[in-house]
Design a binder for this molecule. Structure first.
Ligand code: C2E
Ligand code: MG
Ligand code: MG
Ligand code: MG
Length: 281
């Protein structure tokens, strides 16, 4: 009887595995087509200067507008893209599209903005990332100093010597470098003094508990103090309430991003946000 159950379990397991594998292959094929047929979209979420309340930049966040399923969030397809190698195409598409949009805003006379683009670990660790970024900046005419690349701690924890070379190359091009989801990775703080970085983005996980949880507040305040002492700007991610903003203001945190100001929105909506925010009162 135990044997029978065991076999039943096994059959159930393989059926599920097959289903999952099939779904994955299906998603991979569709995503490949999506890149070619322009089904990807870039949304922009404002980054706000805490001291002035002004929008000083935006994070570019990819979405997939599938003709059948509608808007698919990055959590569903970025991991697939990352594990199949498609991330190179998706990542390059997002980078080019963001730089083109940024150039249009500059040409339209909007106030200067820093546009931040997420770079996945696999995309970053390709030895030609510097060439790719330089080529796209050249092709689009977007100024390097207006582009920020968001890297994760896990990408920086790979082959250290290669990472230093890659970061220095990007730094030479003139782009800014940010650490995304800071504090959640399996990381060593020593890299903060070794790598040429500009911005630490405190993970939403620490912001969520503010102001009720003393430990989250203490960690956020410590990241602000440490980051600024080391010469970085510090940005808090996922700010949803006034109470969180007030606390961050008291720590001297430089910038925030979050639903309190705006969720990620399409380019046209972002432009309206920007025009209203800067309109004379
Ligand atoms: P991330 O880079 O940490 O981006 C921040 C995420 O937090 C975004 O989710 C954003 O919509 C969400 N968020 C911002 N403020 C709030 C808030 O106040 N409350 C809540 N609940 N959420 C907030 P999104 O757009 O779904 O992206 C999820 C993740 O997917 C990103 O996390 C990033 O790791 C990845 N991703 C997105 N676009 C790209 C891309 O173009 N390339 C790569 N490699 N990864 C991307
Ligand atoms: Mg990010
Ligand atoms: Mg983040
Ligand atoms: Mg995140």
């Amino acid at each position: 009887r135990a044997k029978q159950e065991g076999r039943g379990c096994f059959r159930y397991f393989t059926q599920n595995l097959t289903y999952a594998a099939r779904e994955r292959i299906d998603l991979e094929a569709r995503l490949h087509r999506a890149v070619e047929q322009d089904e990807l979209r870039v949304y922009f979420q404002p980054q706000v200067d805490i001291a002035t309340g002004r929008i000083v930049g935006a994070e570019a966040l990819v979405r997939w507008l599938d003709p059948k399923e509608g808007l698919i969030p990055p959590s569903r397809f970025i991991p697939v893209a990352e594990s199949t190698g498609l991330i190179a195409d998706v990542g390059e598409w997002v980078l080019r599209h963001t730089c083109l949009q940024g150039k249009k805003w500059i040409d339209a006379g909007l106030p200067p903005l820093t546009l931040a683009v997420n770079i996945s670990p696999r995309q970053f660790l390709r030895s030609d990332i510097g060439d790719t970024v330089a080529r796209i900046l050249q092709e689009t005419g977007f100024p390097p100093t207006c582009l920020e690349l968001e890297l994760t701690e896990s990408a920086l924890m790979e082959r250290e010597q290669d990472v230093v070379t890659l970061l220095n190359r990007l730094r030479d091009i003139g782009v800014r470098l940010a650490i995304d989801d800071f504090g959640t990775g399996y990381s060593s703080l020593t890299y903060l003094k070794r790598f040429p970085l500009d911005v630490l983005k405190i993970d939403k996980g620490f912001i969520d508990g503010i102001p009720h949880r003393k430990d989250d507040g203490a960690i956020a305040a410590a990241i602000v103090a440490m980051g600024q002492t080391l010469g970085f700007k510090v940005l808090a991610e996922g700010v949803e309430h006034e109470g969180q903003l007030a606390f961050l203001q008291s720590t001297g945190c430089n910038m925030y991003q979050g639903f309190l100001r705006s969720p990620p929105v399409p380019a046209d909506t972002f432009r309206e946000l920007l025009v209203h925010a800067h309109a004379p009162v």
